[in-house]
Design a protein around this ligand. Structure first.
Ligand code: COA
Length: 201
């Protein structure tokens, strides 16, 4: 069962945030957040409103991530003055779909616009990479990112991810524009990274 102990952090602008493992009760809020960020940012593989699972389907999916020893979804949550918790973003890894691909995991992350640029993404991704390094059987972390996504590229490169592939015109937007996608990777176990690629830690 994959989980991390909850962790309270303070953003660079002084707001307090709790990082914790996702829970099935997050299902509706998580789908709403993902749809909103997809709509707002244009830099996720999914489009706004594309997540249309029922609450039960999403709860089951979240439970399957919790049950998988090679998956971890960390969410950031802020408790407002009214005591109401609000999901701000997530940082996740999930294993490849086949037994021969379970030694690597695929990373995804997103943050509500009003909480970007204050250090949360870096803290969450570092915590996630520490967990991957400590988890038996996970050798490397892969991700796909829009070639034009400067903020994400800077974050990934600064933590050691390097480009391992390009997917030209991978995304076709409704306005007819085509966008390249990059594949990046970072190894998390010593002695395995191919020449020129990095190992976390
Ligand atoms: C990518 C994303 C998750 C980063 O999260 P974040 O919480 O804003 O990240 P941080 O505040 O920790 O910033 C991490 C680094 O990213 C880079 N960065 C962040 N915002 C930036 C900006 N506006 N311009 C350039 N670089 C930026 C910086 O290198 C920064 O490091 P620093 O703060 O030490 O200088 C966030 O921008 C996001 O949700 N984007 C929309 C969804 C998305 O594109 N997800 C990635 C899919 S691959």
């Amino acid at each position: 069962m994959a989980s991390i102990p909850p962790m309270d952090v303070t953003t660079r602008d002084g707001r307090s945030v709790r990082l914790r493992t996702i829970h099935p009760d997050d299902a509706l809020a998580f789908m709403a957040l993902a749809n909103a960020i997809a709509e707002d940012s244009g830099t996720l593989g999914m489009s706004g409103g594309e997540l249309t699972y029922s609450e039960q389907q999403e709860r089951d999916m979240i439970q399957s991530w919790i049950d998988d020893p090679h998956a971890l979804v960390i969410v950031a949550e802020h408790i407002g003055r009214d005591g109401v918790a609000r999901l701000l973003g997530d940082c996740s890894v999930r294993p490849g779909p086949r037994r021969k691909m379970r030694h690597h995991v695929t990373l995804g992350m997103m943050m509500d616009r009003s909480w970007r640029g204050v250090g949360l993404g870096r803290i969450m991704l570092s915590r996630l990479l520490d967990w991957c390094a400590a988890t038996p059987g996970i050798e490397h972390v892969r991700l796909q990112v829009y070639a034009s996504n400067v903020a994400a590229l800077r974050l990934y490169e600064s933590l050691g991810f390097r480009q391992i592939g390009t997917n030209p015109q991978y995304f076709l937007h409704p306005d007819g524009t085509r966008h390249d996608d990059l594949t990046m990777a970072l190894w998390v176990k010593p002695g395995l990274a191919p020449a020129g690629l990095q190992t976390w830690g």
